[in-house]
Design a protein around this ligand. Structure first.
Ligand SMILES: [Zn+2]
Length: 417
């Protein structure tokens, strides 16, 4: 079995792996400026997608722009999230050089889509492929690829701890080779329950003191997670941005089984008030004593940038980040300097600013606990900012581990160690 690392190798974004020049695992898009795509022109026989985040699925519709019609295999939530993301990309960049596909490609995608559940093996391009619940977001999968000789496990993004939306991964299928993500290989965080308690306490105190809390959150996963937390603690909240559409998608009958507790999610959706943004609605909400959950998670734009200017001057108000803020984003600037670029000008923010790590990824302990079951396997580290350092620390712990570089071709096979 030969693996080509077309993206997501020693980096995060545009994840893509090509097996034997036939089977493509993920085909992501790095939505920076300009956007970045996986390397090379690939014409796979089939595509398998691990989960519905842009950096894993964002370039998939572009595979259908020529005459080829490779089937695309995924879980039902991954399909729906991929379509939602693709329509967003078209709205944002459609018709420009920076859009890797057209409306017509998207229509073709629905024709080649094939959905599968967890632990249900299927045949594709001469391989047996099986999805296992990766505990990252609804529908996220570890992908096991078996060619009859070698079993390759591609972890995709995963979490070992339980979240409100999904339970942590428990699947550890036998594998000869494991390609493992390492997003938070440098982080050790407190127990999830502790972080949630601190977050909830911060929201409750701010609202109790008469303030408004803006919670910038990623649309897929994080927004719904925070909605569930607010409902569980009876904290009044509004939801705005693309996360509202994701909430509806997850509650559709085909997707409900991929949520940890679909009834809790339905109750939470009923608890939250959905914002449609008409008639100055956002300005009025920003004056209320409430929590507002909204995109974008790093203040790149989206409705968050209507709310933040409206609440920034009052120290009774607050901004509660729910995840890592990438260097160079307004969110990171705000955390570090207390100011951020708002409406084209750097402005001070008097509202309280806090960060809570409600990540959907395993931390270092989680990654090591997962890999503990693969001491006899060949381990290949990807999807991280410091893949080589993590691989090196695994080698020091007697793992056969390395971090292939972008563009690498690697022959792997069943081996006894
Ligand atoms: Zn992800």
């Amino acid at each position: 079995m030969e693996i080509r690392f077309l993206g997501g190798a020693r980096e995060i974004g545009r994840s893509a792996l090509l097996i034997d020049d036939r089977l493509l695992l993920d085909f992501g898009l790095d939505s920076g400026t300009p956007p970045q795509y996986p390397l090379g022109d690939v014409e796979p026989e089939a595509v398998v997608v691990s989960h519905g985040h842009l950096d894993h699925v964002g370039s998939v519709p572009g595979l259908l722009s020529g005459d080829a019609r490779p089937p695309v295999h995924w879980t039902p939530p991954t399909r729906d999230l991929a379509m939602l993301l693709a329509r967003g990309t078209l709205r944002l960049r459609g018709g420009t050089y920076d859009c890797p596909f057209t409306e017509a490609d998207l229509a073709r995608l629905t024709q080649v889509s094939e959905t599968h559940g967890y632990k249900a093996p299927f045949e594709v391009a001469g391989y047996e492929v099986t999805f296992f619940d990766a505990g990252h977001i609804p529908g996220s999968a570890h992908v096991l690829v078996d060619d009859g000789e070698t079993r390759l496990l591609y972890t995709g993004d995963f979490h070992t701890a339980d979240q409100r939306l999904v339970a942590g991964t428990t699947a550890r299928p036998d594998a000869d080779v494991v390609i493992c993500e390492s997003t938070y290989a440098d982080t050790t965080r407190p127990q999830r329950a502790e972080i949630e308690a601190a977050f909830v306490d911060f929201l409750e105190r701010t609202v109790w003191n008469g303030g408004t809390v803006v919670v910038p959150a990623f649309a897929i996963g994080r927004t719904q997670e925070v909605v569930c937390l607010c409902a569980a603690h009876d904290i009044p909240c509004y939801v705005d941005g693309m996360g509202t559409r994701v909430l509806e998608l997850l509650l559709e009958s085909e997707n409900r089984p991929f949520c940890r507790d679909p009834d809790e999610l339905r109750r939470a959706a009923g608890h939250a008030r959905i914002v449609d943004g008409r008639d100055g609605q956002r300005k009025r909400i920003a004056e209320q004593n409430t929590v507002i959950i909204t995109t974008s998670g790093m203040l790149h734009g989206g409705p968050a940038m209507t709310y933040v200017p409206a609440i920034r001057s009052n120290p009774t108000n607050a901004i509660a980040f729910t995840g890592y803020q990438v260097a160079g984003t307004p969110g990171r600037d705000l955390l570090e300097t207390g100011s951020a670029e708002i409406d084209g000008r750097v402005r001070p923010v008097s509202a309280q600013v806090e960060q809570f790590d409600l990540s959907a990824h395993a931390d270092r302990d989680g990654l090591c606990a997962f890999l503990a079951d693969y001491r006899a396997s060949q381990v290949l580290i990807n999807h991280g900012d410091r893949c080589e350092a993590f691989a090196e620390s695994l080698r020091a712990d007697d793992f056969d581990a390395r971090a292939p570089e972008l563009g690498a071709r690697l022959e792997v096979s069943l081996r006894a160690r």
